[in-house]
Design a protein around this ligand. Sequence first.
Ligand code: F6P
Length: 563
Amino acid sequence: MADVPAPIDVTQTSEWHALQQHFEKIQSSGANLKSWFANDPQRVKKLSYDLSDLHFDLSKNLVSDETIKLLVALGKAVDLEGRRDAMFSGVHINTTEDRAVLHTALRRPASEAGSLIVDGQDAVADVHEVLDRMYAFANKVRSGEWKGVTGKKIENVVSIGIGGSDLGPVMVYEALKPYADAGINVRYVSNIDPNDMAEKVKGLDPETTLVIIVSKTFTTLETMTNAREAKAWLLEGLKSQGAIDGGDASVERAIKSHFVAVSTNLELVEQFGIDPQNAFGFWSWVGGRYSVDAAVGLSLIIAFGPEVFKDFLAGFHDLDTYFCETPLEQNVVALMGLLNVWYVNFYKAESHAVLPYDQYLHRFPAYLQQLTMESNGKSTRWDGTPVTCETGEIFWGEAGTNGQHAFYQLIHQGTRMIPADFIAFANTPNPTKDGEQDVHELFLGNFLAQTKALAFGKTADEVRAEGTAEWMVPARVFTGNRPTTSVFGEALTPHALGELIALYEHITFVEGTVWGLDSYDQWGVELGKQLAKQITPALHDDEALASQDESTKALIAYYRAHR
Ligand code: F6P
């Protein structure tokens, strides 16, 4: 805590009170999106922002010029800029773990080596040393120079990890599939449910499979269990195919040729039998959910190549630079974070939808769930005191238009207000026509229609004009005034994806800062892990069962009776 000032209680600031009064004024005046648009022809222009790859339209949010001014003042009141600079410079703002928070160092260019000394180490030089080794390794695998134990080229990669060691790589692998050019497929195993591993190795030939074990700690129950299972699968497969004789030397050779690791715990990696030459490290100052641009992205470099990964990192870095250098008043990244605070704390929104209109981003909402909710789902501030307002909204979503046929009903006409981010791209790598109709245009038409319907709705008079029976009119009215942000890009390139991820990393940071949270620890996942170790023996052992609570005992009784 030494270098980190105690959090400011945001709810006690005059800026918070001003926002509360402003909110009440909006409510009582009946001001809404329709009136804001009608009264201000400059609204869209004023609330639009451009980054190198992404265009942002914030105009369909429930804000006036005054709201933006007050939100910016709130950001300043909690010293958002000071904490941002502290984070970027390596101050230990992760107070409960006494760590720096430097995922932003992962994407700094090599030319910045020497500019960031963290805990006595040159962070940027260290990052590039590992990146260069990863690029060299990936190139060998891609070209076929790296061979399996029987001399065959690698055709499939199985990446084993969970949480931050899985969600980021899976999401990016899906998002950038059009860039996969080496004929190497990656399958991701995360769940400890044996079904996951069984399905993922189905049909794979151990002789042409490379396994990457990704775990920051190299102790995570799921990952280590799956890693051992993968080892058994690979060795048994090789033996049964007569590819190895099963003697110690052949087993050692097979593991060295087919297993690599990504971890901060290189000692445990070596104990697993993996050649330290084939281990790629990262650092305690990279949180799991902020690590897709660290060595955790190794599978991506193998699938897409170093140049794609370099573009991806450049996208992150450009967004970081923008976030650091743009005054809060025009800083769309900070504004999106502050808008979320506006909705959570004043409109009492409980959730936030993220709706990518791009099938390649279908895992983006799942990825964001860990990023945002493991970061800000907290009741204690960074100095150990309780929070003073609601924190951590629920993030969820689904790729458009699938969501339209599932849960949009609730967003349009439900009783809860659900702010939503729509993400779309002007170009697709798969242009097609249905007769004369450009299918991508049809898709984009849906994105535009949804944000319009949510903002402006449909009045009772408009419904009546369609000849609807009077008793049915209320059911067909759309109140509108439901807030959305549109993020529009030219194309889902590696660079744009890097910008998009960094955008949400920093939105999460902004919200956490206002609420006084250490967004970089995750103590809330520990208790379940501890109890799982204690309860698992009770599934078959009476002594362990005796100490369980009555509900757990009853569930175990059901299990024993039905297995
Ligand atoms: O879910 C808790 C967590 O610690 C995440 O923060 C992390 O991403 C995940 O487990 C996996 O941890 P590791 O990379 O150490 O295996």
